[in-house]
Design a protein. Structure first.
Length: 193
């Protein structure tokens, strides 16, 4: 495990390769897959993003700047079997004194129901603990997204509590569950509890 006194190097953008996915820095070739994911109504609903037309130039600038960010780690999720970008994983909200980060993931329709999201989360969480020396990785998942919650549970995230009615979904209000995984838990099961 890395020395606890050393801040993680979030400026270095690694390539992490699993059986199904590769996580790597963004390239211009990823934009079509990312645009498709972000335009998907299900992605918009499950992530709490308003379904509105996106500005391609703004998104091109956003993803074009991800590889130079020193305070967060954004990586493209590439489907190794089909060869295209299907989404992203992000470690952000770095809290140096507490050696913790938030993780979030977005997988578009081209990457669903084949275990790509689970493997992507395992890879980035493993990197966070084993290479960056994190102590805690956390997230929030909306109650309307049970598929994502199952992914996080498969990797070893534990529910900590509920944020009540944090998202408006049509005429309904939706809760979010706060989940986390700790370094000693990762050491015990390596993302396969």
């Amino acid at each position: 495990m890395p020395d606890e006194r050393i801040a993680p190097d979030l400026a270095t953008k690694p390539t992490l390769v699993g059986e199904r996915v590769a996580l790597r820095p963004f390239t211009d070739d990823d934009l079509a897959g990312l645009f498709a994911a972000l335009a998907d109504p299900e992605v918009c609903r499950l992530t709490g993003s308003p379904p509105e037309p996106f500005d391609e130039a703004r998104l091109r600038d956003w993803y074009g700047s991800r590889n130079t960010q020193a305070d967060r780690l954004d990586l493209a999720v590439v489907d190794r079997a089909r060869g295209g970008c299907v989404g992203e994983v992000v470690l952000n909200e770095w809290d140096a004194p507490n050696r913790s980060c938030n993780v979030r993931t977005l997988i578009g329709p081209a990457g669903r129901d084949r275990g790509l999201g689970t493997e992507a989360v395992r890879l980035v969480v493993g990197y966070g603990f084993e290479r960056l020396g994190l102590h805690r990785i956390s997230l929030e998942v909306f109650a309307i997204n049970p598929r994502a919650r199952r992914v996080y549970e498969k990797v070893g995230f534990v529910a900590e509590g509920v944020l009540r009615q944090v998202l408006r979904d049509g005429d309904d209000w939706v809760d979010a569950t706060v989940m986390s995984i700790l370094a000693h838990e990762w050491v015990a099961h390596r993302g396969r509890p």
